[in-house]
Ligand binder design. Structure first.
Ligand SMILES: [Ca+2]
Ligand SMILES: [Ca+2]
Length: 288
């Protein structure tokens, strides 16, 4: 009988914690970017480049290659109500204001649709020369494209204003982590409210160098006709391996409440089992 109670306790315990036990090995392939939960993104200075030593340190790092050479570094993280992306385009050392750009696309349902549907968003940031005045007035050359329920070409799609979205691109300086040679770099702050919380988005990134007319992308080796965005069907995945993106990481007190309730239930279950065993023993003692 005691064995059964023991198994019951183990079962209760594992069922409470089953959602927290996970393995990321099976999803860690080349079509996935694993996004990190960070607690230092509030310190990021949105000026379009890696501004100081620790700025983007607490993020996931994915070096994106073409023919075995790294062409850009992709850093991703989430904190609170935002997804943060840095694209450090070390391969673009020619400053082409108004034509160099970076694009981040998110398929919020990751339904891998063939055309750009209404749960898909692309965040487009152009390289700019940031003067003191630009910084003062928060000027940025960026916009958001929203997919449609009908098949439309990328040019026909609606440009939308998104509250809270920040996208800035500029040439890097000596503080850059990867290369001392000035190159194009782009910082993005994307409101999760727009793309909804998920632990699995469709994800696509590309950079365009106006000097060489070359586009590099992730996933790699997607051939583009003109500079259009490829079908979401070909995009990769942005995965939150610990599912932390499903909840606001700033609401820690709520987590404590859940943990407290879970521990209370487990302690209560153990006490009930002990009480039953104790009661049975007493009744056996009385019979004897
Ligand atoms: Ca910065
Ligand atoms: Ca360029």
């Amino acid at each position: 009988m005691r064995k059964i109670y023991f198994i019951l306790i183990i079962f209760l315990f594992t069922s409470f914690f089953s959602n927290q036990i996970y393995g990321i090995n099976k999803i860690n392939d080349e079509k996935n970017i694993l996004i990190t939960k960070s607690n230092s993104m509030k310190d990021v200075n949105f000026d379009g480049k890696w501004t100081f030593y620790k700025e983007w340190k607490q993020t996931s790092w994915n070096p994106i290659k073409s023919d075995e050479n790294i062409v850009f570094h992709l850093r991703t993280a989430h904190q609170g109500n935002f997804i943060y992306v840095l694209i450090d385009n070390i391969s673009d050392t020619n400053k082409n204001i108004g034509s160099d750009r970076a694009i981040v696309c998110i398929d919020s349902k990751n339904n891998k649709s063939e055309f750009f549907d209404n749960d898909d968003y692309c965040f487009i940031v152009q390289l700019e020369e940031r003067s003191f005045i630009d910084m003062l007035f928060n000027k940025e050359d960026s916009f958001v494209i929203h997919g449609d329920s009908q098949v439309k070409s990328f040019e026909e799609l609606e440009k939308i204003k998104v509250k809270g979205f920040v996208g800035i691109g500029t040439m890097s300086d000596k503080e850059d982590k990867y290369s001392a040679v000035p190159h194009a770099s782009y910082e993005f702050k994307i409101p999760i409210e727009l793309v909804r919380r998920s632990n699995n988005y469709g994800f696509y990134v590309n950079v365009f160098d106006g000097n060489s007319d070359v586009v590099y992308s992730w996933p790699e080796n997607i051939k583009l006709k003109s500079f259009d965005i490829p079908s979401p069907l070909l995009w990769g995945n942005l995965i939150s391996p610990d599912k932390s993106l499903l909840k606001n990481s700033e609401s820690e007190p709520a987590d404590f409440v859940i943990l407290f309730v879970m521990i209370s239930v487990i302690v209560l279950a153990i006490l009930i089992v002990i009480f039953i065993i104790f009661k049975k023993r007493i009744s056996k003692g009385i019979k004897n």
